[in-house]
Design a protein around this ligand. Sequence first.
Ligand code: ATP
Length: 258
Amino acid sequence: MEFEIPRSHPRYWSLVARERLVEAFEKGLVVPQGLIAHGRGECFDYILGEETRDFALEAERVSAAYLLLSSRPVISVNGNYAALAAEEIAELSEALGGRAIVEVNIFYRTEERVRRIYEFLRGFRVRGLLDPGCQKTRVPGLESPRGIVCRDGIASADFVLVAIEDGDRTEALVAWGKKVSAIDLNPFSRTAQKASVSIIDEAVRATRSITRFLDSMSSMSREELRSVVEAYDNSRILARAFKAILERLSEAALAGRL
Ligand code: ATP
């Protein structure tokens, strides 16, 4: 890291995240568009109070249940997600005992960048990491390299966890019959709108939270896990996220300050 961020800085974590992304950009893991996408996320995190809200916790709990129930769970990792949360992705893969496949899958695809992200994740000892030399196929309806996926990974998954993802790709995965949990701070995004489970939370916090739920739910029976999944209503979660934004803005508008 080029410059030392003082721990006492009120926006310490936000500055660390930016440094991580800039570093990852310089190493060729993150594209410039990824830096812009991060800014959009930060804006929503600011409004949401930079903490995991109750509606996010509920979506994270259901995502943990899906990870435990699915026969072929896949964690899809792009440049931003790897740069910010490699350690947390490693912990999540460990909590799943390597049962989930971790596939590097990126929107602006070059095989070189896929390889770099893969090597980066390997450095964190992520378990279940799929070799980028895997047999490839395409997500139906997605032309261009953004539709390329691994046959033994996303293509054969019944559940996919994505983060900081593009709306079109999320929609195409759902249309392909996958259950998709999407970590995305913006409830207005097409990703959040189209996902089966919308986790309106920051990627690092959300990943840690899913891992915590996995630990606490590991003793639940399949029947109990199924009832968690069946009781879930994503439109209610989105409605609560919009309401939280509305309330925060209303309070600020009335008081003239936060
Ligand atoms: P969509 O295509 O889904 O309508 P978009 O065009 O904003 O949305 P991208 O540019 O790919 O899609 O942005 C990815 C999304 O990730 C954005 O909605 C942004 O709010 C969100 N995001 C960015 N950084 C984070 C983060 N650290 N944690 C969670 N979400 C994030």
